[in-house]
Design a protein around this ligand. Structure first.
Ligand SMILES: C[S@@+](CC[C@H](N)C(=O)[O-])C[C@H]1O[C@@H](n2cnc3c(N)ncnc32)[C@H](O)[C@@H]1O
Length: 303
C-alpha cells in the first residue's frame, strides 16, 4: 500500500461491488444491503468518487465499466458478487452453528462486519485493517445514520503487529468464545511468512468450534501467486498501486497446509461451483469466469 493512502484494491472492490449490484442479474446474488452501503461509503471518499457513482445510472458509463472489466479482470463483477455472497452465507452459517463473535481481518470498505453487527446486535463484531485503509472506512461509516454499538474497529498493520496482540488489547474480544474469522481478498497481499503467522495466530486465539472463512490465490511451484487472464497487466497495475500480489496456496495442498496450521478444511469452492450454487441458470461454459481466486471454510477442533 502507498503510505498515507487507503488500499486502492479495497476501493476497487467496493466500486466493483456497486457495479455488480446495479446489474439486475448480479443484484440477486449480492448480499442484501451490500451494494447500497458500498455506494454510501465510497461516495464519502471524495468528490470524484461521488461523481463517478452518479454516472453509474447512465447506461453509457455502465457499458464503459463492462469494457474495462473485459480488458482488466474478465468476469470480475460476477466474481465479486459470488465471493461476497459466499462469505456472507458462510459467516451466517457459522454464527448459526454456534460461533459467538465475528472478526473480519483486512476489511477494506467491505460492509460484512457492519451488516452482521446490525443483524446480530448481541454479538461482538470486530474489523481490523491497515490504519490508512481504516481511516477511509471510518470516513464512510460516518455518513451512515447509525453505527451499531457492537461494531468495533481496530487499526493495525498486520505485517508489523500480530492479530493476537490487536485482539488481546480489545476489551470486548473474548478469547474463550468460538469465533468466526474472515480474511477475504487479503492473504494474497501478504508475504508467505506473514500468511503463516496470521493463520498460526488465529489458530492460537480461536477456541474449538471456531471457523475461518477466506479467499486465496493458487501458487505455482515457485510459490508465486497464479492469476489468470491479463496476468502481466494486472500484476503491473497492482505493483503501481503499491499492492503487489505476494503469495498463494496450491488448491491441491490446501487441506495439508491448513492442517499444519491447526485447521481442518471444511469447504473449498472454485468459481464454477459458486456459479452453480448461486446462478444455476448461467452456463459455466459460456460465462466469462474469473477462475483464479478460490474460497474456503476451515474449522478448529470439531467445527
Ligand atoms: C483487496 S482489499 C480487500 C478488502 C475487503 N476484505 C474486501 O474483500 O472487500 C485488501 C485489504 O487488505 C488490507 N491489508 C493489506 N495489507 C495489510 C496489512 N499489512 N495489514 C492490515 N491490512 C492489510 C488492505 O488495507 C485492504 O483493506
Amino acid at each position: 500500500m502507498r503510505e498515507g493512502q487507503p488500499s486502492k484494491t479495497a476501493l476497487g472492490v467496493a466500486r466493483g461491488l456497486v457495479f455488480a449490484a446495479a446489474d439486475p442479474l448480479l443484484a440477486k446474488v449480492c448480499p442484501p444491503r451490500a451494494g447500497d452501503y458500498a455506494e454510501k461509503i465510497l461516495g464519502a471518499q471524495s468528490r470524484t468518487q461521488a461523481l463517478e457513482l452518479k454516472l453509474l445510472s447512465q447506461s453509457w458509463y455502465r457499458a464503459l465499466g463492462r469494457v474495462h472489466e473485459r480488458i482488466w479482470i474478465r468476469g470480475g463483477f460476477l466474481h465479486l458478487a459470488l465471493r461476497k455472497r459466499f462469505i456472507d452465507d458462510s459467516v451466517r452459517a457459522a454464527l448459526q452453528d454456534g460461533t459467538e463473535q465475528l472478526v473480519v481481518v483486512g476489511g477494506g470498505l467491505d460492509t460484512l462486519a457492519l451488516r452482521i453487527a446490525e443483524d446480530e446486535p448481541s454479538r461482538p463484531v470486530f474489523e481490523i485493517d491497515h490504519p490508512d485503509s481504516q481511516t477511509a472506512k471510518r470516513r464512510g461509516l460516518d455518513v451512515l445514520p447509525i453505527r451499531p454499538a457492537n461494531l468495533h474497529l481496530e487499526a493495525a498493520d498486520l505485517a508489523q503487529r500480530s492479530l493476537r496482540d490487536v485482539l488481546s488489547h480489545s476489551a470486548r474480544f473474548d478469547a474463550t468464545k468460538p469465533t468466526v474469522f474472515v480474511a477475504e481478498g487479503l492473504l494474497m497481499y501478504l508475504e508467505h511468512d506473514d500468511v503463516k503467522r496470521l493463520l498460526d495466530d488465529i489458530a492460537t486465539i480461536a477456541p474449538t468450534r471456531s471457523r475461518l472463512v477466506f479467499t486465496f490465490l493458487s501458487a505455482d511451484d515457485a510459490g508465486r501467486p497464479v492469476i489468470g487472464h491479463a496476468a502481466a497487466r494486472t500484476r503491473f497495475l497492482l505493483k503501481l498501486y503499491g499492492e503487489p500480489l505476494r503469495s498463494g496456496i496450491h488448491p491441491d495442498r490446501l487441506g495439508e497446509y491448513l492442517r499444519e496450521r491447526g485447521f481442518a478444511l471444511r469447504e473449498h469452492w472454485d468459481e464454477r461451483r459458486l456459479l452453480a450454487r448461486y446462478l444455476p441458470e448461467r452456463d459455466a461454459q459460456t460465462t466469462p469466469l474469473l477462475d483464479w481466486e478460490y474460497a474456503a471454510v476451515a474449522g478448529r477442533g470439531e467445527a
